[in-house]
Design a protein around this ligand. Structure first.
Ligand code: G16
Length: 543
C-alpha cells in the first residue's frame, strides 16, 4: 500500500492543556488539523518503529473518523501494531490498563472528558506514554513545538477497517487488533477488589444506582456491576454510550448528574449512588441523602484501604492536587505515610507512582485513582467504595461522619465561573497577586493570612519545575482561598475559586459547606473583584 506524504501548514493553538488538546469538533474537522497534531505527536515521541500503539476513545461524535485517520497514519509512520477498542471504545482508565498490560509504546486517547459531545460540541486527543499515563509536560511541549513547524504528514492510501468486529486486520505492514474494550479492565478490577463480598452485599437488601450518563462507562458498568457482581438489571442508568451523550453534560457532580442526585435525595433512595463522566475517569459518590466530596472520598479510601485485597499489603503514600482539600494529608499523617501536593493534572502523579512513592492519588475535580493504572479511574473508585461498604457493613453517611470525628472535617467547595472573558479572568488573578505583600499577616475572613503565593511544584523524582499553578491565600488555621484558570475549557476562560476551612469540633460538622465557608467566599470576592470583573453575580457551577 502506498504511503502518502501530504503537505500541510501549522495551525495556531495546538498546545495541549491540562489533559491533551481539546477543541470544538468544528476545529478538528478543518482539513489537516487532526493529522497535524497526530504527526507532531509521532515526531515528538521517539523511536516506535515496529512497536504497539493503543487507540480508543469515549465514543463521542468524531471518535470513529479520528480513529480511522490515526490508524492509517500509524501504519505510514512505522508502528508495528495498533490495539483499538471495539467500536472505537476505550475508557481512559481502560486505555491506560491496555497500554500497561500489553507493554505498548504509548496510546492516543480520544476524548474531551465530560465536555458535551456532538457536531457543535467538543472533541479532544491526548497522548499517553508507555507507563499508561498522560504524557508529562516535557513531552506535551515537544509535541507543541512540532505543531509549530510541521510542513507535511504521512498517511496511507487504505480502506477504513471494520471497528465493530473483534479481530485482526492488516493495514499496510501494520497489524490492527480490534479488542474487547472491557475484558482486560474487568480482569484488573477483579484482581483488586473482593468481588465475593460485594456480590453477597448486592444479593441482600443493599440497593445501588450507577449513572453512566450515556457515556463510555455504560458497557464497563453493565459487564462488571450487573454481570460479574450480579446487581439487578437497570442498576446501570443511561448505559448506552451515545455520540452526543444523549445531549447531556456527563460531568459527575451535583449539577450535571441531576437524574442520579434526584434519585439519591428522593423517597426510598438507594443505599449507594455513583456516576462517571464522558471518558470514565471521574467519579461521584453518593449515599442515601449524602454527598461525598472528592477530597473526602480520597481520604476515606486511604483510611479504609485495608478493606480491599489489592491494597492489604499497605499503601506507599498519597498524592493530591494542590486545590484538593487537605483531608487526605491528615490520614497520611496518622498512617505515617508521605503525602504529596502536585499541580492540577493527573500527569503529575505518574512519576510519583512509577517511583513507588504513592499508591493512592486524588483530585477535587472528581478524580480518584491508584497505581493499578496511570489515570484516574471512575469505576475503580465505585468498586473501592462498594468493597468498603461490604466489609464495614455500614452506610456511606456513617462512614464519612465517623471519619470526620476521627480526623476533623475539611469543609470544601469549588466555585466555577465558566466562559468568562479571558482578560477579565487574568485580571482577577492579577488583583490577588498584587496584594500578596499587603495581605500577609493581616486579618481576613476572621482569620490571619499566613502567606500568599503562586503555587510552584518541583517534581521530586525528575526535578522538573511547574510554576504559576494557582494563586493562593493561606491562613494560619489551615484555611485556603485559591484562584486558578482552568486548562480544559474550549471557549473563553473559566475561573475556578477553591475554598477550604478545617473544623476539628465534631459538634460543628453538620453545617452546609456553603454556610461554613461563607466568610471565605465573601473575602475571595472582596480581594479579587471576581464578580465585578466577570460581570457574574454567581458561579456557573458549585461543587
Ligand atoms: C482533567 C485532568 C485533571 C484535572 C481536570 C480539571 O480532567 O485530567 O487532572 O483536575 O481536568 O482541570 P482544569 O481545572 O484545568 O479544568 P478530565 O477528567 O477533564 O480529563
Amino acid at each position: 500500500m502506498q504511503i502518502k506524504q501530504v503537505k500541510t501548514r501549522p495551525f495556531e493553538g495546538q498546545r495541549p492543556g491540562t489533559s491533551g488538546l481539546r477543541k470544538k469538533v468544528k476545529v478538528f474537522q478543518q482539513p489537516h488539523y487532526l493529522e497535524n497534531f497526530v504527526q507532531s505527536t509521532f515526531d515528538a515521541i521517539g523511536d516506535f518503529a515496529g512497536k504497539t500503539l493503543v487507540v480508543g476513545g469515549d465514543g463521542r461524535f468524531y471518535n470513529r473518523t479520528a480513529i480511522q485517520t490515526i490508524i492509517k497514519m500509524a501504519a505510514a509512520n512505522g508502528f508495528g501494531r495498533v490495539r483499538v477498542g471495539q467500536g472505537g471504545i476505550l475508557s481512559t482508565p481502560a486505555a491506560s490498563c491496555v497500554i500497561r498490560k500489553y507493554k505498548a509504546f504509548g496510546g492516543l486517547i480520544l476524548s474531551a472528558s465530560h465536555n458535551p459531545a456532538g457536531p457543535d460540541e467538543d472533541f479532544g486527543i491526548k497522548y499517553n506514554i508507555g507507563n499508561g499515563g498522560p504524557a508529562p509536560e516535557s513531552v506535551t511541549e515537544a509535541i507543541y513545538a512540532c505543531t509549530q513547524d510541521i510542513n507535511a504528514y504521512r498517511t496511507l492510501a487504505a480502506d477504513d477497517i471494520d471497528l465493530d468486529a473483534v479481530g485482526s486486520f492488516e493495514v499496510g505492514d501494520m497489524q490492527v487488533e480490534v479488542i474487547d474494550p472491557v475484558a482486560d479492565y474487568a480482569e484488573l478490577m477483579q484482581s483488586l477488589f473482593d468481588f465475593d463480598a460485594i456480590r453477597t452485599m448486592l444479593a441482600g437488601d443493599f440497593r445501588m444506582a450507577f449513572d453512566a450518563m450515556h457515556a463510555v462507562t455504560g458497557p464497563y458498568a453493565k459487564a462488571i456491576i450487573e454481570g460479574m457482581l450480579g446487581a439487578p438489571a437497570g442498576t446501570v442508568m443511561n448505559g448506552e454510550p451515545k455520540e452526543d451523550f444523549g445531549g447531556g453534560h456527563p460531568d459527575p457532580n451535583l449539577t450535571y448528574a441531576h437524574e442520579l442526585v434526584e434519585k439519591m435525595y428522593g423517597d426510598a433512595a438507594p443505599d449507594f449512588g455513583a456516576a462517571s463522566d464522558g471518558d470514565g475517569d471521574r467519579n461521584m459518590i453518593l449515599g442515601n441523602h449524602f454527598f461525598v466530596t472528592p477530597s473526602d472520598s480520597l481520604a476515606v479510601l486511604a483510611a479504609n484501604a485495608d478493606a480491599a485485597p489489592g491494597y492489604q499489603g499497605g499503601i506507599a503514600g498519597i498524592a493530591r492536587s494542590m486545590p484538593t482539600s487537605a483531608a487526605a494529608d491528615r490520614v497520611a499523617e496518622a498512617m505515617g505515610l508521605d503525602c504529596y501536593e502536585t499541580p492540577t493534572g493527573w500527569k503529575f502523579f505518574g512519576n510519583l507512582m512509577d517511583a513507588d512513592r504513592v499508591t493512592l492519588c486524588g483530585e477535587e475535580s472528581f478524580g480518584t485513582g491508584s497505581n493499578h493504572v496511570r489515570e484516574k479511574d471512575g469505576l475503580w473508585a465505585v468498586l473501592f467504595w462498594l468493597n468498603i461498604l461490604a466489609v464495614r457493613q455500614d452506610t456511606v453517611g456513617h462512614i464519612v461522619q465517623a471519619h470526620w470525628q476521627k480526623f476533623g472535617r475539611n469543609y470544601y467547595s469549588r466555585h466555577d465561573y465558566e466562559g468568562v472573558d479571558a482578560d477579565a479572568a487574568a485580571r482577577v488573578l492579577q488583583n490577588v497577586r498584587s496584594q500578596f505583600d499587603s495581605l500577609t499577616g493581616q486579618s481576613l475572613a476572621h482569620r490571619v493570612v499566613q502567606a500568599c503565593d503562586d503555587f510552584s511544584y518541583t517534581d521530586p523524582v525528575d526535578g522538573s519545575v511547574s510554576s504559576n499553578q494557582g494563586v493562593r491565600i493561606l491562613f494560619e488555621d489551615g484555611s485556603r482561598i485559591i484562584f486558578r484558570l482552568s486548562g480544559t475549557g474550549t471557549s473563553g476562560a473559566t475561573v475556578r475559586l477553591y475554598l477550604e476551612s478545617y473544623e476539628a469540633d465534631a459538634s460543628r460538622h453538620g453545617l452546609d459547606a456553603q454556610d461554613a465557608l461563607a466568610d471565605l467566599i465573601a473575602a475571595a470576592d472582596y480581594v479579587s473583584h471576581l464578580k465585578q470583573l466577570t460581570g457574574r453575580d454567581k458561579p456557573t457551577v458549585i461543587t
